[in-house]
Write a protein that binds this ligand. Structure first.
Ligand SMILES: NC(=O)c1ccc[n+]([C@@H]2O[C@H](COP(=O)([O-])OP(=O)(O)OC[C@H]3O[C@@H](n4cnc5c(N)ncnc54)[C@H](OP(=O)(O)O)[C@@H]3O)[C@@H](O)[C@H]2O)c1
Length: 272
């Protein structure tokens, strides 16, 4: 089987470098292109040496389109500002795309849907297999427990994270809201005033912690009368996101055009 030829967008970032360092675990994936922003101090550097591993002969560039000829997949862990151009470039080149970037915003939804008609597209705010399974467990719990079990989500990340609540927290809340037949937009409570009315039934509350080098922790609480169910995930190594993304990338590259999620990959060989 020939190697999967991969272009990585955001290759100089925390996640991009982690993906480069994780590549040796995936001998059937070959990095053929690496992209950073036009103002990056890493422009022109080798993606391998920049990530602290051996030279790969792949130079960090800021022009995606020219790197998409003869590749099998693009993997994006960069910034929401890059998403529109990345989608357009991948659609034009007919290259499947896995977007791990978070904070994409609802205004991109139409472009994602349109792109999913042309290419295999997977947008995942969290590519760890554990969080993918957590979302399934949250869905089951939200369906099974009566609506007077209050749902609260607590998430913690490193001080450099730019979006809050995390894309993962929002995705978990969305799963819970949908499982209860509602919409997160009508149920989310992102902040509580110092004094004000008590919590409403059906609300999904968020609490956000930012600091230090925390990689990512998510806790979903179902708080009932006399009992509390806690479903939680802690990432202790950024490599889990890289491994999940690279495994899903290999699967995605073989799929026909469509919108996919991490659960489609995780359960592709399972009866769950
Ligand atoms: N899905 C998941 O499991 C998962 C896990 C962790 C993080 N994330 C998300 O992944 C994204 C990246 O996280 P990070 O911690 O690696 O961030 P980061 O360290 O700030 O890195 C961002 C990267 O994107 C590049 N970039 C910024 N603007 C760009 C543009 N317009 N075009 C092309 N490249 C651009 C940066 O290049 P220069 O700065 O060199 O210009 C850098 O390489 C975030 O949205 C984060 O929330 C997702």
């Amino acid at each position: 089987m020939s190697a999967l030829r991969l272009v990585l967008i955001g290759a100089s970032g925390r996640m991009g470098q982690q993906i480069v360092r994780t590549l040796p675990e995936f001998p059937s994936v070959r990095l053929t292109g690496a992209v950073v922003s036009g103002r990056s101090s890493a422009l022109g550097r080798d993606a391998g040496t920049f990530a602290g591993v051996s030279e790969l002969g792949v130079v960090l560039r800021c022009e995606l389109s020219s790197l998409l000829a003869d590749v099998d997949l693009a993997l994006d862990f960069s910034h929401p500002a890059a998403a529109t151009d990345t989608l357009a470039a991948c659609v034009a080149a007919g290259v499947p795309l896995l977007i791990g970037t978070t904070g994409l915003g609802s205004e991109l939804e139409a472009a994602l849907t349109a792109a999913g008609r042309e290419i295999a597209l997977l947008a995942a705010p969290n590519t760890s297999l554990g969080v993918t399974l957590l979302a399934e467990l949250v869905q089951r719990a939200a369906r099974a427990l009566p609506p007077n079990y209050d749902i609260e989500i607590i998430e913690s990340h490193h001080r450099g994270k730019r979006d809050a609540p995390s894309g993962t927290a929002l995705a978990l809340a969305e799963v819970a809201a949908e499982a209860r037949g509602g919409y997160l937009s009508q149920q989310a409570c992102f902040a509580r005033p110092r004094t004000g009315p008590a919590r409403e039934t059906g609300q999904i509350g968020f609490a956000v912690v930012r600091g230090g080098d925390l990689i990512g922790e998510h806790q979903v609480l179902f708080l009932g009368e006399g009992e509390r169910l806690q479903l939680a995930h802690s990432a202790t190594d950024r490599a889990v996101f890289a491994r999940g993304a690279l495994s899903a990338a290999q699967w995605l590259a073989r799929q026909p055009p469509g919108r996919y999620a991490m659960r489609d990959y995780l359960f592709s060989n399972s009866d769950l």
